[in-house]
Design a protein around this ligand. Structure first.
Ligand code: TRP
Ligand code: SF4
Length: 537
């Protein structure tokens, strides 16, 4: 058994199949990163490192990325990459799906480092942005030129050339530049202002912990991180809306930081509270328990007192934070326990806090750093807090959402890498070269035709099958399924299968490049300036 076999066996136990119960779909799901067995136990997500992922399921456990299957049923007309499990994970996609269902505003944004030619891996992300745009999203695509210059040290002349090429492919695939927005990081003042503000909430230790930065990391690289944070929140500058960022899982560290920063920038937070004192989340659980049990111990159940609740909790089974909450209740003495909604000052200006006091209707109590509202539920308080924040100069950001797609396996078997031309297909490849690359690709076929007829091919381990599932079948599920079934059933032999795929690829490249050529002449009319005017290399 080779390493590759071992890896695949290990990465695709029957357990997977039980969960999804659909072997065709499951098979596409299992097609993963490649033969590198190194580091197989430890998923490492490094935005500037190698982008192989050995086992996608580990990302769920280790990083809290959620399975896309959970939200799929709530997505109207899901994209084929979603249906086939190529988009395998997400963070917080539900608000986006909900906005889509209700025809509410939402946005989608992704960015591209112009370090080389756009290839079929980028096409997935282009398609994701375009699909969201077609579902009604405000769509954004940006050229991460500051990042390319800072993190990859690319000279500006090359950046310009590649930037142009990314934009052309995006347009050729169907991005509507009238409805959506294209920009480059270096050229957008609003973006840079936002990056600066976000930088004031981010410190070095944090970047060190997330990205492994150290004393040698240059400042521009760090700046490119806050710039990406600003990219991710940029669609919300006009108005806070659910926003989805389609990316590869290597970008997840950025998403975690961006979600964190979105919360940190908020003026106010909202929690449930039971008395005037502050309590941690675990303590609140006990307070809720004590309040619900008031009939059992309160002299007047209409007005249970803190000391009474303290005595009650003291006699209950030990629990996390029981001691601390009992102490707080004791200190509060005869104060009645009353559920309320608390809006607390997180990062607000004085004016904003004043405005909030005025805006809370009904019974309220005002403290130094929070307001207790007795007639607002949490959702109402949330909305109010955001309104006041927006009225008083805050951003009111919603935490951005993300979706993650699988990386394609290289045509040569290992990872798809821009430094190995035969491993990937560039959107600029001569259609005949595209044809040839597919014809010489590694397959999941058996050693002899006879064996293949008998045992069937291993479509799950076949880069050519991946091409069908990720690209060549387009929206046609039936076709993708047919290729799969014929392969594993032994009816399909690799020679013919590759011939068909190669022809489809050649056709795709021809069409794509013709559409790029049509856009060439119209590029000047677009808002985006594709010459960076930067003198230094
Ligand atoms: N860092 C991304 C990459 O390496 C590019 C990028 C910049 C990006 N800003 C972004 C991606 C915002 C998604 C959203 O490709
Ligand atoms: Fe791959 Fe096609 Fe061969 Fe099956 S028949 S292993 S899908 S090349």
């Amino acid at each position: 058994m080779t390493d590759r076999d071992a890896h695949h066996d290990d990465a695709s136990p029957d357990e997977d199949r039980r969960q999804s119960g659909d072997s065709w779909r499951e098979s596409t799901v299992r097609t993963d990163g490649g033969a590198d067995a190194a580091g197989a136990d430890e998923a490492v997500l490094d935005p500037w490192g190698s982008s192989t992922v050995e086992d996608y399921r580990k990302l769920f456990e280790q990083f809290g990325i959620e399975s896309f299957d959970d939200v799929l049923p709530g997505v109207p007309n899901p994209h084929y990459l979603m249906r086939r499990g190529v988009i395998f994970g997400h963070r917080d996609y539900s608000p986006v799906a909900e906005a889509m269902r209700n025809d509410d505003p939402f946005a989608s944004l992704s960015g591209f480092m112009p370090t080389g030619d756009p290839h079929i891996g980028h096409k997935m992300v282009f398609d994701e942005i375009i699909w969201h745009q077609q579902q009604g999203a405000d769509a954004y695509a940006l050229i991460a030129d500051l990042e390319a210059h800072a993190a990859r040290e690319l000279p500006w002349s090359e950046i310009d050339e590649h930037a142009r090429s990314y934009v052309l492919s995006l347009l050729a695939l169907g991005f509507d530049p009238e409805e959506g927005k294209l920009y480059r990081q270096s050229d957008d003042r609003e973006l840079q202002d936002l990056a600066f503000e976000l930088g004031a909430e981010t410190n070095f230790s944090e970047l060190q912990a997330i990205y492994d930065f150290d004393g040698e990391t240059d400042v521009s690289h760090m700046q490119s991180v806050v710039t990406q944070m600003a990219d991710i929140l940029y669609p919300q500058l006009e108005e806070p809306t659910p926003t989805v960022i389609p990316v590869g899982p290597d970008q997840d560290p950025h998403m975690r930081l961006a979600r964190d920063l979105a919360a940190r920038m908020r003026y106010f937070g909202v929690t449930e509270a039971f008395a005037s004192f502050e309590a941690e989340a675990v303590e609140r659980t006990l307070l809720r328990q004590a309040y619900d049990a008031r009939e059992k111990y309160a002299a007047d159940p209409e007005m249970p007192r803190c000391v009474e609740a303290a005595d009650y909790l003291r006699d209950q089974a030990p629990a996390d934070a029981r001691e601390s909450v009992v102490e707080k209740l004791d200190n509060a003495g005869k104060e009645p326990i009353r559920p309320r909604t608390r809006i607390f000052d997180r990062n607000a200006t004085e004016d904003a806090f004043e405005a909030l006091i005025g805006a809370v209707d009904g019974e309220k109590r005002v403290y130094d750093e929070h307001i207790d509202a007795f007639d607002l539920d949490r959702a109402e308080a949330d909305e109010l807090a955001r309104e006041v924040e927006l009225d008083t100069g805050g951003y009111g950001f919603l935490p951005p959402s993300s979706v993650y797609h699988r990386f394609m396996t290289g045509l040569t078997g290992g990872k798809m890498s821009s430094s190995i031309p035969a491993s990937h297909i560039s959107l600029l490849d001569d259609p005949e070269d595209g044809y040839d690359k597919v014809k010489s690709a590694t397959t999941g076929g058996r050693t002899t035709a006879e064996e293949q007829r008998e045992k069937g091919g291993k479509a799950d381990e076949c880069p050519v099958y991946e091409l069908y599932a990720y690209l060549l079948s387009g929206d046609d599920d039936e076709f993708a399924e047919e290729v799969y079934d014929e392969c594993v059933g032994g009816e399909r032999l690799c020679g013919g299968c590759k011939e068909q795929a190669a022809e489809l690829m050649e056709q795709f490249l021809e069409d794509h490049q013709a559409k790029r050529a049509e856009w060439e002449d119209k590029l000047d009319e677009l808002d985006i300036d594709l010459d960076s005017h930067r003198m230094r290399s």
